[in-house]
Structures are given as C-alpha cells and as structure tokens.
Write a protein that binds this ligand. Sequence first.
Ligand code: FAD
Length: 552
Amino acid sequence: MADADIVVVGAGLAGLVAAAEAADAGRSVVLVEQEGERSLGGQAFWSLGGLFLVDSPEQRRMGIRDSRELAWQDWLGSAQFDREEDRWPRAWAEAYLDFAAGEKRAWLRAMGHRIFPLVGWAERGDGRAEGHGNSVPRFHITWGTGPGVVAPFERRVRAHAEAGRIRFAFRHRVDDLIVEDGAATGVRGQVLEPDDAERGRPTSRVAAGDFELRAQAVIVTSGGIGGNHDLVRKAWPARLGEPPRTMVAGVPAYVDGRMLGIAEAAGARVINPDRMWHYVEGLRNWDPIWDNHGIRILPGPSSLWLDATGARLPAPCFPGFDTLSTLRHLRGTGYDYSWFVLTQKIIEKEFALSGSEQNPDLTGKDVKLVLSRVKSGAPGPVEAFKRHGADFVVADSLTELVAGMNKLADPDAPELAEPALRALIEARDREISNAFTKDAQLTAIRGARNYRGDRLSRVAAPHKLLDPKAGPLIAVRLHILSRKTLGGLESDLDGRCLRADGSPLPGLYAAGEVNGFGGGGMMGYNALEGTFLGGCLFSGRVAGRAAAQAVA
Ligand SMILES: Cc1cc2nc3c(=O)[nH]c(=O)nc-3n(C[C@H](O)[C@H](O)[C@H](O)COP(=O)(O)OP(=O)(O)OC[C@H]3O[C@@H](n4cnc5c(N)ncnc54)[C@H](O)[C@@H]3O)c2cc1C
C-alpha cells in the first residue's frame, strides 16, 4: 500500500517548492529529510537570497536596460554548451530564462517575497560581449535574504502539513530508491538517531532503525556535492588544473552528494559531473557554524589580486568578474590560496560577505541598519572578520603589511618581497592620476562607477593604495571555497529523470542542485549568479506540478 502519492527526498528549497506545488494540486506528499526539523530549507536558509531576474522594475528604476535577448546572449556566452548531453540542459536554460524574464518576480511577489531596490552586478565577465558574464546588473537580493526566500514555501508546506496533505519524515536518510517493473515506487533507508544540533551543524549518522516508503512518484531534491570534498576532488576537471589540497567548505556537511550515486544505481543518468562552481575569495569563518566553514567575499572590483608568489593576476581575473577563469589561473600557480591587497577605504565600500547570517541588516529587514552601509566604516560583520579573522593583515605601512603576509603564507611559498610589491603598487597608483590609463582593472573600476548602484554602495572612488589617507593597508589571504554542483541528474522539461538510453525512468523526478538546477546542468560551464535559488524555484515547481499530474 502506498504511504503517499509522492515522496520528496530533501527538504531544501527545491524540495519545499516541489512538495508545495504537488500538495496544491491535491496530492499527498511525504517530505523525507535526513536532518532534523531545524534544518528545513537547507542551503537556501544560509544563502544571500540573490536572484537572477531579467528586465525587472528594480533594474529599470536603477536605469538598467535589460532584455531577454541580452540575457540569452549572456547565458550562452557563459554556459558554452558544447556536448551532446547539453540537449536538455539547453532546453532548460531557455525555459528558465523565460521564467526569469517573465513570471518569476510576480509569482514570488504574490507569495509575499520582496526585493531590495539596489540591483547588484555579479560576474561582470571575461571582457567579451559574446563571452561569460552579465552585461548588466541582474543580481536581486531578497529583502530578508535566504530566510526570506524560504519563508513563503515553508509557510505553504506547513499549511499543507496541518491540512494532512504533507507529512514530514525528518531524520530519515534515503539509502536506496525502490524500482519495480522499471518504475520508481518508493524509497528506503535508515532513521537516524535524534540529534538536536543547531541548524547547519553536523549531526549524528548513527541509525536507530530502518524505513520504507511507497508512492507513485519520487522527486529527488537532495542538493549537490559541495560538502563532500572527496567527491569534489574526484569530479574535478583537468581543465581547472589539479584539485586543491585544501579548501574551505561553503556549504554544510549534509550537502553530501550521496543521492546522486543512489539515483544512478537505480537507473537514472548523471550528466556533466565535471561542471562545478567554486569561489576563489573564501575566508575561514572566525565564528564557524559547520566544520571548516568558509565565507565568500562578494568583492567590489578595486582590490589588487596577487597569487601566492606575489604576481598580479591578469585580466579578466579581477575581483567579481570571472570566477572560473580565476580559479583556473590560480590552480596553475601551484598554491591553494591568493591575496587581496586593499585599503580601509576599499573594504568599507566593497566587501560584502555572502550568507544570511553575515548580513543581519538585510536578513532582519532592518532599514536603519541597511542605511548605515552608505556611512563610513565597514559593515559590522566585515569589521569583525578584519579584527578576528585568521586571514587578515592590517598595517600602517607596506613594510609591516608584507611582513604580516609572509607570516600567514604557506611555509613552502616563496617569501614575498617588499620592493617587488611596492613597484607593482606604485605602477598601479601612478595610473590613478592618468585619465588615459592602460590598466584594465582601473578602466573597469571607472566603468563600474557609471552605474549608480555601484557608485553608491559597491565601488570605492579610485584612489592610490599607498595614500595614507585611504589606509590602513589590508591584505586578505583567500581560500578556494567549495559551493555549487552544475551537473547532475538528467531530466526532460517535465523534470522526469532519464535513463542512459534517453527514455524517462517512470516515477522518478529531480529538481534543484542534484538536477544541475534543471535538466542536468542548465548553466553549462559557468553561472551568472542568482541562478541557483532561481533554478531550485523553477525546477521544483516544474517537477512538483508534473509529478502531481502524472499520479492523478
Ligand atoms: C552561504 C550560501 C550563500 C548562497 N547564496 C546564494 C545566492 O545568493 N543566490 C543563489 O542563487 N544561490 C545561492 N546559494 C546556493 C543555493 O542556496 C543552493 O544551491 C540551493 O539552496 C540548493 O537547494 P537544494 O534544495 O537543491 O539543495 P539543499 O539546500 O542542499 O537541500 C537538500 C536537502 O536534501 C537533504 N538530503 C540529501 N541527501 C539525502 C538523503 N539521502 N536522504 C534524505 N535527505 C537528504 C539534505 O540534508 C538537504 O537538506 C548559496 C548557498 C550558500 C550555502
């Protein structure tokens, strides 16, 4: 006998959306989650809540002219689809873009979701109109950050739970998909012992019993592999160089990637496992929630970026421009870390930290605190990192700064030499007073300040790094931070998982990060940012609705 019409595996954002949509259509759902109730919402709770929208009222108000056509040009330039397996990912990309340029904002707004009016410019690109990156600012931060994205769906799911249409099965870890007569008919696994750890902290994996749940359809929404660095290293593509020996974790441990192998063993096909999205501006969290917890700096464009040997990174590897090109470049240096060199003036305006807990003003919807961002002084969480973070050097002179950097450097890295760094900085600084600079980074900084949003809150007025009035000098040691999985379970436009021969595996659906956010990798090789949460919303909605219709 069936326990429900539909089993959803994973109570992150994609799972919540899929469950809510299926229950709206009148289906009964069991939402199975290996963590406790406190973790409802998964990674999305911790996220900044940045959403990719095209031609929004927020963009128009800021004087940004966007269009579906321009966004599609950017998407194709970033995705660089080049494989036979890209058939469904590409179809998903088109469908998602229609959503982001169409219904997405109004659909969310009707559920009470609101957007912060300053639109951010993430992934500014590789310098080519036809290449990677956003031609215009498109990163819309949710008022209330990640929790503000989760809230409407949690509300809907809890209302259905009260009405008896959705049942939660927390601390239930799926170890196996049940496939009978070629169709998915349920899940089995272990009930994990109770653990009342705080949200995000690692929990016990000790089993207290077994379970089995039967249904007409199973939707897998179990997230990516970013919390399992062994899997990340195994899938690491040669085009990005050697996998790093050390990384910080940008996601909690439950982002363990196990369900990918489990679904594959049940007959579903995983495509594009070598496509991934990791950041190069990771900090060790001085106040960690999960093990090896890393925080990503969302950098403005002005910091000078040096590799571990002290060499300046080439274009387009400027802060916030081209994540994977920079990762590839840095892997070629033989070291797992790099440096930002900047001033107090830059940190105050240009350092934002990704994550809901690092942005109490936006997360708490505190208007007064948000307004204090335009005042002098770095935001509280950034100042706390500067004071307590193990990766920061703050100094009144370059001599002192270089000494501090050498203390933080790896023992096998060459000692950084002050004269070389001074020459580099002085060359850069000399061009500050030159309106005709040939320094591509300075040109980019000046270009960014043409945008009101950047001038107001993201890009410091160009100044000499060695100007004592802009000081003190700051150096930040940056780590590679694991985050997103761009490939995953292949699916058609109904979210149905496909087998190796391209036919649907009856009863099995996927959505969210485990699904490469749609199709098995709708972002291709690169992401335009804000497309991860958006991908969970769209693919969760598609899979929830399609499964509900199929089991009617
Ligand atoms: C700090 C941070 C900031 C971010 N900022 C942004 C942003 O601004 N914009 C953006 O677009 N994206 C952002 N992201 C990325 C985005 O939040 C995630 O990619 C997205 O939320 C993934 O959602 P999901 O539902 O697919 O998976 P998850 O949130 O990982 O949820 C999957 C759930 O499945 C459960 N599960 C896994 N395996 C099993 C199993 N075998 N049995 C039972 N349960 C299982 C897990 O415990 C987990 O709860 C950010 C992420 C982080 C961590």
